[in-house]
Design a protein around this ligand. Structure first.
Ligand code: DGL
Length: 271
């Protein structure tokens, strides 16, 4: 395997984390990336924190065995529930998606009234409100679990009446908690695919502009900062991408939807 400036390991519960890889390849084109999607066990978002932690540690072990210099936890559910255990088990830095997402939200939020949407496990963990309030104790943060959005994104129903109806049902509940929200955090790997519909419905419900924060982009920015911008001054491009998955069902169909291109191949692994 050809090595670039650094080797970044990225894992997710499935293919959704390829939205992070997509953002990474545009922010840090010179780095080699190893991606693991735990497609045999997806979804994580409906499982208990103990199970998510166990699965996440196995994913990370696989990446560490491949000598990565940095671990990025693309999965919001894993970041929200397993980050302390992952950091304790790793000799290299581990960055989750929650803190970068929280920082991005505070950067763009005008009145610090922030709504977060994610899986049942992510919202149940309270990780995003905790991270946002740790940085800005005066902020108002509300959250709503949106479990149907993951299968919608995988089905490719991202810009039709069904997507709008489902988004409306969930976001109505979010805005009922705080009609003055000015920022929406997409706290799930899959939601960037529904970004346009979510933004449209959020603005219609709010009656004012809503800043939308995409946690995939936020994590790529955090990775860039981790390398001090050196990636940009290093190799201009051509970093390799090696993808692994624990099950191959629907990979060919789903992966390009999240990555925005067809990955060269996925190797099947058991972890
Ligand atoms: N990757 C998960 C997340 O970002 C969504 C899919 C799942 O539930 O595993 O929370």
């Amino acid at each position: 395997m050809h090595l670039g400036d650094a080797r970044i390991g990225v894992f997710d519960s499935g293919v959704g984390g390829l939205t992070v890889v997509r953002a990474l390849r545009s922010a840090l084109p010179g780095h080699d990336i190893i991606y693991l999607g735990d497609t045999a066990r997806v979804p994580y978002g409906t499982k208990s924190p103990r199970t998510v932690e166990r699965y996440s540690l196995a994913c990370q072990r696989f990446l560490l065995d491949h000598a990565v210099d940095l671990v990025l936890v693309a999965c919001n559910t894993a970041s929200a529930t397993a980050l302390p255990a992952l950091r304790e088990a790793s000799a290299v830095p581990v960055i989750g998606v929650v803190e970068p997402g929280a920082e991005s939200a505070l950067r763009v939020s005008r009145h610090r009234r922030i709504g977060v949407i994610g899986t049942l496990a992510t919202v149940g963990s309270g990780a995003y409100p905790r991270a946002i309030r740790a940085l800005a104790p005066d902020s108002v943060v509300v959250a709503e679990a949106c479990p149907l959005l993951v299968p919608l994104a995988e089905e490719g129903w991202t810009d039709d009446d069904i997507a709008r109806a489902v988004a409306h049902r969930y976001l109505s509940r979010l805005f009922a908690q705080d009609p003055g929200l000015d920022t929406l955090v997409l706290g799930c790997t899959h939601y960037p695919l529904l970004r346009a519909v979510l933004a449209e419905i959020a603005e219609a419900l709010a009656g004012h502009p809503i800043a939308v924060v995409d946690s995939a982009t936020a994590l790529a920015v955090a990775a860039d900062a981790h390398f001090g911008g050196s990636a940009r001054s290093g190799r201009a491009g051509g970093g390799s991408l090696h993808c692994f998955a624990t099950d191959t069902s629907r990979l060919e169909e789903l992966a390009p939807r999240f990555l925005g291109e067809r990955p060269a191949s996925f190797a099947l692994v058991d972890i």
